[in-house]
Design a binder for this molecule. Sequence first.
Ligand code: DGL
Length: 340
Amino acid sequence: MKRRSFLIIILLCVLTQGILALPKVHVIATGGTIAGTSSGSGYTAGQVTIDNILAAVPDLSKIAELDYEQFCNIGSQDMNETIWLSLSKRINELFATGKYDGIVITHGTDTMEETAYFLNLTTRSDKPVVLVGSMRPSDAPDADGPKNLIVAVKAAADKKNVGKEVMCCLNQKLFEASGVFKNNSRDVDAFAAIKPDYTMPHGSKVGFDVTEVEKLPNVGIIYGYAGCSTLPLQAFVDANFEGVVLVGVGDGNFRADVQKIAEKAVAHGMKIVRSTRCPHGGVYTEGGEVEDLELGFIAAGSLNAQKARILLMLALTQTKDTDQIRQYFNKPIALQTVKK
Ligand code: DGL
């Protein structure tokens, strides 16, 4: 009888442990205002380390068991492709351990949409990845970082978010990577989202495998305006960039002189993607003023220029075929692995 009671107690302990065990979330810190401190008339991003950021939000320990690492500590205006590649590989490595239910990345808001979109295309697990930032520095009396961190860790720990796109958290709201953009340069509620042509939740069967990629192809962006100079595009051509995203006026249109240079560049192998200055409406091959199929241009669809650049860079690790690249812009991408 005693042996039976003992076994029942052990079983109950194990069950209780399992039920009460908190989700395990890994936090990767990259900097931003959420790690910023007030300075002079404003603030400096990327000053506080992640241990101190998390220590300032004790309620996090009731939500998840946290591991953390300081990956870098920069204003996200200094984010770049090299860090993206390392960050994506690190996330894949962490999820491959099987130890984590989700990952949170603290990040500046200026380029968060770009990092989120890159990670959505290149991370292999379908578990939640949530980038989180703030618009006020960590030492502000009304700092918004702590509340955003709580929302982000909860989202990363929530199994209901398995199978979603990489998310961004700001103003205690969550946005998926394909649609989110920074809509206001100063407001706490700085992010908004368009309805993307398609969503593609990150996972093992979609996107681009960057395991073997050490450097991404050079792709630039040019902003269009009345009387737009031809110099920037010519400079990218002269520098042998593999691609350029043209941020056109209206429905992705450019001044005739600029378009002529773009047509010549395509003939010499450069990939040209047409995007738009307009925050809504996108750019499509049909129904516009530019004959993409005839001129060899690629329409960005609903992607803004900075995300179109990311997709073109990754596409160029796979193919130089314009029609194949157009497909990447039109629909979810079956996993593409870089051939050695
Ligand atoms: N330097 C900007 C950045 O790191 C500050 C903006 C912010 O993080 O909210 O993106």
